[in-house]
Design a protein around this ligand. Structure first.
Ligand SMILES: Cc1cc2nc3c(=O)[nH]c(=O)nc-3n(C[C@H](O)[C@H](O)[C@H](O)COP(=O)(O)O)c2cc1C
Length: 433
């Protein structure tokens, strides 16, 4: 088991290993940092000198599966098993006291990036929102569009936990206290992106991945947040004020639509000394990984529950790490592929395309997958669905995500007819040189 690290310790470690690109020249939070993050995809970057703000910006920290797993001290092959284990067995959350400096709510203190032309404006994209309503606690990612010196409009996906808590507060004529945590440990980021049953507090998942998490009480509301968070914006979601949110470039690199969403007001800003701001490039690899990586274990679990001998699951880059899955199975019967397609959808409703391959196919290699499809698919070995629930990010679906799905069985038949045996036999060279 490796060593778990706070956000800033991860930065120091990457630096000491020569894996951190330090950019010392002054850079603008408007467009320039996002362009540089794109240019350095897959490589962590620290912007030491952001024009007009005293806080440096770090990005691309988890912009590959290797970086993500390394930061959690696990091997890539263990990812699915370890996240499922953490979901089943939450770790300990202890009360502590963070060493923070408090500031009045002036968002000019924080280097909030404007990422793309046509975006509504500056957006916080790495914010994990901690909320508390009665006994119910929740943490989840929400993009926040800055609309004033102390306010945002935030995107709350309907029927998800924070939205439900917000509606409940609204019904009672109350605001919902929140803390927006920026600059978190990897385990906290992964937990914030994981969807579990209502009532299960995601921070327990972070605590399992991080060997425990220490939290501190907010100064201005009921919430708590990890003591080692770099920057926290304490505030509330107003029950009686909404405004338009968007356009915003989402993980498909296309613009999400404009919607009316709730307004957040900030009451206090707290920062650790020498705080670093975490930038998350919308549509970049880090964004896609944080969205998609927590879904591979849920797909895996759904397949196991359906009795399929699943060996691997991968959300492809071409599918923006969200819409397109390749699932490798060890077939026990030719019916397994169809069962696997349905189970994968239960494990991740947003899937638009699902390809089932044999366990000897490298699911992460698009050429290998394409080879399996072109070799072993034939008419009738596909499932086409229309008018079903999918992803709101699918541009061909309705704004609520009602669209199409395609499942492809690219597995070899279990019983190969004698006349096809040679055509399906993979040739081997006599020896490797
Ligand atoms: C980088 C990133 C950005 C996200 N942005 C949003 C968002 O703006 N609004 C939203 O409702 N969910 C967003 N999500 C998804 C939620 O964090 C995720 O669905 C979470 O699991 C929902 O939690 P819940 O099960 O508590 O409802 C984002 C996820 C990631 C990884």
């Amino acid at each position: 088991m490796g060593i778990r690290m706070k956000f800033r310790e991860s930065l120091s470690k990457l630096d000491s290993e020569g894996l951190l690109t330090r950019i010392q020249k002054p850079v603008s939070a408007k467009y320039e940092i996002s362009a540089l993050l794109k240019k350095h995809e897959g490589k962590p970057v620290l912007f030491e000198n952001v024009m007009g703000v005293a806080v440096p910006v770090a990005g691309n920290l988890l912009s590959s599966m290797d970086l993500l797993c390394e930061s959690l001290g696990i091997r890539k092959e263990e990812w699915i098993e370890r996240l499922n284990l953490a979901i089943r067995n939450p770790g300990p959350i202890t009360e502590g006291r963070g060493e923070f400096v408090s500031f009045e709510p002036d968002l000019d203190l924080v280097p909030i990036l404007t990422h793309y032309p046509n975006d509504q404006g500056p957006y916080i994209t790495s914010g994990v929102v901690f909320a508390q309503r009665g006994k119910l606690r929740n943490m989840s990612f929400h993009r926040l569009s800055r609309i004033g010196k102390d306010r945002f409009v935030g995107r709350l996906v309907e029927k998800r936990d924070l939205h439900t808590m917000y509606l409940d507060a609204q019904e009672h004529g109350e605001d919902l206290g929140v803390s927006i945590a920026l600059g978190n440990r990897s385990g906290v980021l992964v937990a914030g992106a994981t969807s579990v049953e209502r009532g299960v507090y995601e921070l327990g998942i972070a605590a399992a991945l991080e060997n425990g998490v220490e939290v501190t009480h907010a100064k201005t509301n009921d919430t708590s947040y990890p003591t080692d968070t770099e920057i926290v914006l304490e505030g509330k979601i107003l029950h009686d004020e909404t405004t338009t949110e968007g356009p915003f470039v989402d993980l498909t690199n296309t613009y999400d639509v404009v919607r009316v969403q709730p307004v957040f007001v900030i009451d206090k800003i707290v920062m650790r000394r020498n705080a670093v701001y975490h930038a998350l490039l919308p549509g970049g690899t880090e964004h896609r990984l944080l969205m998609g990586a927590p879904r591979t274990p849920t797909i895996y679990k759904a397949l196991k529950e359906a009795g399929v001998d699943v060996t691997n699951v991968y959300l492809t880059e071409g599918g923006s790490g969200w819409l397109d899955a390749v699932v490798a199975i060890r077939k026990k019967s030719d019916a397994d592929a169809r069962i696997a397609i349905d189970a994968a959808i239960r494990g991740h409703r947003s899937l638009k395309r699902i390809t089932i391959v044999d366990s000897d196919v490298d699911v992460t290699n698009p050429n290998d997958v394409s080879y399996a499809v072109t070799m072993y698919w034939e008419a009738g070995k596909e499932v086409v669905m229309k008018g079903v629930k999918g992803s709101s990010l699918d541009p061909m679906a309705t704004p609520d995500g009602i669209g199409s799905k395609l499942g492809i069985d690219a597995t070899k038949p279990l019983v190969v007819p004698a006349e096809k045996e040679l055509k399906m036999k993979k040739a081997q060279l006599a020896f490797d040189v």
